[in-house]
Design a protein around this ligand. Structure first.
Ligand SMILES: Nc1nc2c(ncn2[C@@H]2O[C@H](COP(=O)(O)OP(=O)(O)O)[C@@H](O)[C@H]2O)c(=O)[nH]1
Ligand SMILES: [Mg+2]
Ligand SMILES: [Zn+2]
Length: 374
């Protein structure tokens, strides 16, 4: 059975909905007749090759994942991610084993160049999309992140709320008009409901700026390219230097120290933050419909295009090309092409697996035939 200390786990981000799911999973385990020792509900804070780190609301510990669970997840083309809630049990040798995953309320995936899915994080309320106001500034990449976050929101009401955090405001302060120009460029193309902040990530005042997102029990993930200031922001929110940042460090020969894995940290005010390394191949895991929903301005203007099947390329009477900045439309088309290609690769992979299976069968049959003949 399972006994959940809700108050203790609340500051780790546990919500009533997740607690309910955890109980359901524990009950189904019992119903399945699995003879397990008492189960505990914990949150995954780090994923390593052979082990995971879990938090129980008081302490962090190292655990291993039951091979049975790993196989089941692989069969479902998914994997555990930082932020997941899991049920674990301790064996007689003191080894903690993750037995089951509580189905996440939100789960961000990305695709690599081959179309393969990789989990990024689970169960987040807010995604802080971090982008430098310096040379890192790139609206197209930001739109990619917005699509990534939109797709991770799942069907739950609310989903994941994105907020744009522009760092290094102090760095560009000496260039007159640049801050206003860059903010205007973004405001002209991303939905108005998305909050936008310009910060100096090294300044403690940042905590006040982002206060609305830092309520107790909230989970935030920090996303953005390498060097954008994600770890700096994480440390400022934490009030202490926990994460390595790109600041030059003497003991590091490359003179750079960057985050290599994702990790979850508890903030003083009762929220949690997940720091991440920059995603190399940043491809949102979306189908066409989800992508269209992420570009909500395009989706709604499309209703006013003269042709119902307008592609917003060169058709006359296109309301999208009229009302949306050309570069945003271009980016949308690029993401659309990628989404189609990924859908293809999923199908192709399934066909390939079926083919391998059929080949294996044919090989066995031939072998059997030979033996029978001998
Ligand atoms: N001046 C200034 N420097 C920043 C700011 N944010 C990050 N940095 C610096 O940018 C570099 C990269 O930051 P880091 O947090 O490691 O980036 P990450 O790769 O996104 O985690 C470090 O040298 C930081 O000190 C900022 O808002 N202002
Ligand atoms: Mg970092
Ligand atoms: Zn159109």
């Amino acid at each position: 059975m399972i006994d959940i200390d809700f108050e203790r786990l609340r500051t780790l981000g546990l919500s009533p909905a997740l607690a309910q799911r955890a109980v359901a999973v524990a009950l189904s385990d019992v119903a399945a007749g699995t003879d397990t020792p008492p189960l505990e509900l914990l949150r995954l804070t780090e994923v390593h090759r052979d082990a995971v780190r879990l938090h129980d609301g008081a302490d962090e510990l190292t655990a291993r994942v039951l091979p049975r669970l790993n196989r089941a997840l692989t069969d479902d083309a998914t994997a555990l991610a930082v932020g997941d809630w899991v049920l674990a049990a301790t064996d007689p040798h003191g080894q903690v084993w993750v037995q089951a995953r509580v189905p996440p309320l939100s789960h961000i995936n990305r695709r690599d160049a081959d179309g393969r899915r990789h989990p990024v994080v689970s169960n987040v309320d807010t995604a802080l999309l971090v982008m430098g106001l310096d040379d890192d500034f790139n609206p197209r990449r930001l739109e990619r992140y917005l699509a990534l976050v939109h797709a991770g929101g799942g069907s739950e009401p609310g989903g994941i709320t994105p907020a744009i955090v522009l760092t290094k405001a102090d760095v560009i302060a000496n260039v007159p008009g640049l801050l206003a120009e860059r903010i205007e460029a973004l405001r002209g193309r991303v939905p108005a409901r998305i909050d936008l902040f310009a910060i100096d990530g090294t300044d403690p005042y940042t905590v006040q700026q982002l206060q609305a997102y830092l309520g107790a029990g909230q989970t935030l993930v920090v996303l953005g390219s390498s060097g954008a200031g994600k770890s700096t922001l994480t440390n400022t929110l934490l009030g202490r230097a926990v994460q390595d940042t790109g600041a030059v460090r003497e003991h590091d020969s490359r003179g750079k120290h960057t985050t290599t894995s994702r990790s979850l940290h508890r903030l003083p005010g009762g929220a949690c933050v997940i720091d991440t390394p920059g995603l190399r191949a940043l491809r949102p895991d979306v189908d066409e419909t989800t992508l269209a929903a992420a570009f909500e301005d395009i989706e709604s203007l499309a209703l006013q295009c003269r042709f119902r099947d307008c592609r917003h390329v060169d058709e006359p009477g296109c309301a999208v090309r009229e009302g949306v900045p050309p570069d945003r439309v271009k980016n949308y088309h690029k993401l659309l092409r990628e989404a189609r290609r990924d859908t293809m690769s999923v199908l192709e992979r399934q066909q390939q697996l079926a083919m391998w299976k059929a080949r294996g069968r044919a090989g066995r049959d031939r072998l059997k035939q030979k033996r029978d003949e001998a």
